[in-house]
Design a protein around this ligand. Structure first.
Ligand code: SF4
Ligand code: SF4
Ligand code: FES
Length: 575
């Protein structure tokens, strides 16, 4: 039911049950927030959203207060403005004064608030947080000195990712966010998803940077520096720079990287196609041996790590295929080096990914051979932009250059891996062809059941019917799989899981923004690329088929296991 309230002397229509903040924002009133996150339970931690309500002695936090009939609200009274300014001044009182050295300089919500509140000088001098920065993780860097205790990371880690690797410790002015027992994130249950980085308003959470070691390789000339670009990275670059899908965005990134001194730039989509063919072959095998449990995708490192730490009983159902990143790294260190008459340690392989968990994946023992990593460094999209800025490169002014050979071509299916549900569709298409003697006529893949974040569809292929499901975000995936088991459902044969909400389009290595449209736009870009890709499916990629032919092998066969398959194991961590 709707009713009217008064805001700054104007009548405003509100919905019963909504919070005052939601009603104010919908009606165009600007209210600053710091701890508030849409769709998360309010905590009232920062108090920046305070407003004045006639008849109430204290200012109220609009993010947690429901609208009431006959309310008279002031969002910008002198008392409100003074209170908000004092709150920001207090937050700044123990904040380190090192904005010039902070990666979030220019994209920091605390800076924006200080500017909005017209804070011009330090009013209060608080004791600085003396906790050391935590560099222990392979993927996530924590600097407690910059934490404003908004609890956004804690809620993300607990409510969306079901991990609770970080939490509040101590009380009152000693309160801090930390991992279990003050130990580093590396021994905590953190699954390196990076979603806490995406919601942190300041520079308290960042990527573990690989930029410096890449720059060192670029300068030294000791090794060939080989980059490979993931489809979602290309979508993010296009979005950030305002390029259209019809433009050769990949070619422009290639030119830009060559200007930075990169020797060769390849297309990771090639390995996406291999990964799709391998998982389809494994799915076919799995259905014959394990008909009661779906095979689960394994290309998301955060999801894999979650199972290794929290759900070891589900590990046997993970597809044994390596992720596209590791397949590509392996190809560079074996096939490519052989063809160029180089030793594997004469090349330096760099993946450009929308994900910080890929840094952890590259460091896994299973992904090294005789002390040599398949992937030497992983750049997030954020780091890629920093690299280009360091070299003073403006992408928009560049002409597209051809990606390097081999491995330069990929299919429409590779682009589908950039968003949640796309991989399930790509695997369904290959399975359909497998069951129809290579024919794809009549293939249809559309959502038949939409269970709030978990989607299902049925595929008729030959005389059989197969169930496909997909979901993203760890909590959603865990709950869904648990439910499938409790209900003894055997109608779902393949489950795609991406650890980040929305899949790689919302990955933890993407540019940080509070605009919820951005991941949707990246998905749209990938879908546009699907439409215009000349090679329609992974199994039609002639370059991938040639690779298998040269190895005298087929997808899933014994001969290519060392290259394209891996194993997973239980991980003991502090919980
Ligand atoms: S990276 Fe993911 S699992 Fe680790 S602390 Fe952040 S949100 Fe939690
Ligand atoms: S680390 Fe960042 S997101 Fe987490 S409580 Fe501190 S400021 Fe908020
Ligand atoms: S945004 Fe309302 S209390 Fe922080």
């Amino acid at each position: 039911m709707d009713f009217k309230i008064e805001v700054n002397n104007n009548p405003v229509s509100v919905h019963e049950g909504e919070t005052l903040l939601v009603a104010l924002r919908r009606n165009g009133f600007k209210v600053p927030t710091l701890c508030h996150m849409n769709r998360f339970s309010p905590t009232g931690a920062c108090r920046l959203c305070v407003v004045e309500v006639e008849g109430k002695r204290d200012l109220i936090t609009s993010c947690s207060y429901p609208v009431e009939k006959n309310m008279k609200v002031k969002t910008n009274s002198p008392r409100v403005i003074k209170a908000r300014k004092a709150l920001v001044e207090l937050l700044l009182s123990n904040h380190p004064d090192d904005c010039l050295y902070c990666q979030r300089n220019g994209n920091c919500e605390l800076q924006w608030l200080a500017e909005e509140m017209n804070v011009k000088e330090r009013k209060f001098f608080g004791e600085k947080n003396a906790d050391y920065p935590d560099h222990s993780s392979t993927s996530v860097f924590r600097d407690p000195g910059k934490c404003v205790l908004c609890s956004r990371c804690v809620r993300m880690c607990e409510e969306v990712q079901k991990v609770t690797a970080i939490d509040f410790i101590s009380r009152a002015n000693q309160t801090k966010v930390n991992s279990a027992f003050h130990k580093g994130l590396n021994v905590s249950s953190c699954i390196n998803c990076g979603q806490c980085i995406m919601v942190c308003p300041t520079g308290a959470l960042l990527d573990i940077s690989h930029l410096e070691k890449i720059q060192a390789e670029l300068e030294s000339d000791n090794k060939e520096v080989l980059f490979f670009l993931s489809p979602s990275t290309v979508a993010s670059v296009a979005e950030q720079v305002g390029l259209k899908s019809q433009q050769d965005v990949t070619g422009m990134i290639n030119t830009a990287l060559k200007k930075c001194g990169v020797n060769k730039v390849f297309n990771l989509g090639f390995a996406c196609d291999i990964n799709i063919l391998e998982e389809t072959a494994l799915l076919n095998e799995h259905m014959a041996t394990n008909p009661s449990m779906p095979m689960i995708s394994s290309c998301c490192p955060a999801w894999v790590q979650y199972l290794e730490e929290f759900r070891t009983e589900w590990l046997p159902f993970l597809a044994r295929s390596k992720s596209p990143q590791q397949i590509f790294g392996n190809l560079l260190k074996t096939h490519y080096t052989n063809s160029q008459k180089l030793n594997p340690d004469q090349v330096f392989s760099v993946a450009v990914m929308p994900c910080v968990g890929k840094k952890f994946e590259a460091s896994r023992e299973e992904m090294t051979h005789q002390g040599i990593s398949e992937v030497d460094a992983v750049l997030t999209v954020r780091e890629l932009f920093r690299l280009l800025r360091t070299f003073g490169i403006d992408l928009r002014s560049l002409k597209a250059g051809q990606l390097d050979t081999p491995f330069e071509r990929s299919s429409a299916s590779a682009w589908k891996m950039g968003y949640s549900g796309g991989k399930a569709e790509a695997i369904a298409l290959e399975l359909y062809k497998m069951k129809n003697n290579g024919n794809q006529d009549g293939f249809k893949f559309s959502v038949s059941k939409n269970l709030a974040g978990k989607k299902e569809t049925k595929l008729k292929a030959g005389n059989e019917e197969f169930g496909f499901a997909w979901t993203s975000g760890i909590e959603e995936a865990d709950t869904y799989l648990q439910q499938l088991l409790e209900e003894n459902r055997t109608d779902i044969q393949y489950l795609e899981v991406m650890g980040c909400p929305g899949g790689c389009a919302g990955g933890g290595g993407q540019p940080i923004s509070r605009n919820p449209e951005k991941p949707k736009n990246r998905k749209k870009f990938c879908q546009e690329m699907v439409k215009i890709s000349p090679i329609k499916s992974a199994g039609e990629n002639p370059f991938v088929l040639d690779l298998y032919k040269n190895k005298d092998a087929s997808p899933g066969s014994e001969k290519i296991k060392d290259w394209f398959h891996t194993h997973f194991r239980k991980r003991e961590v502090m919980k």
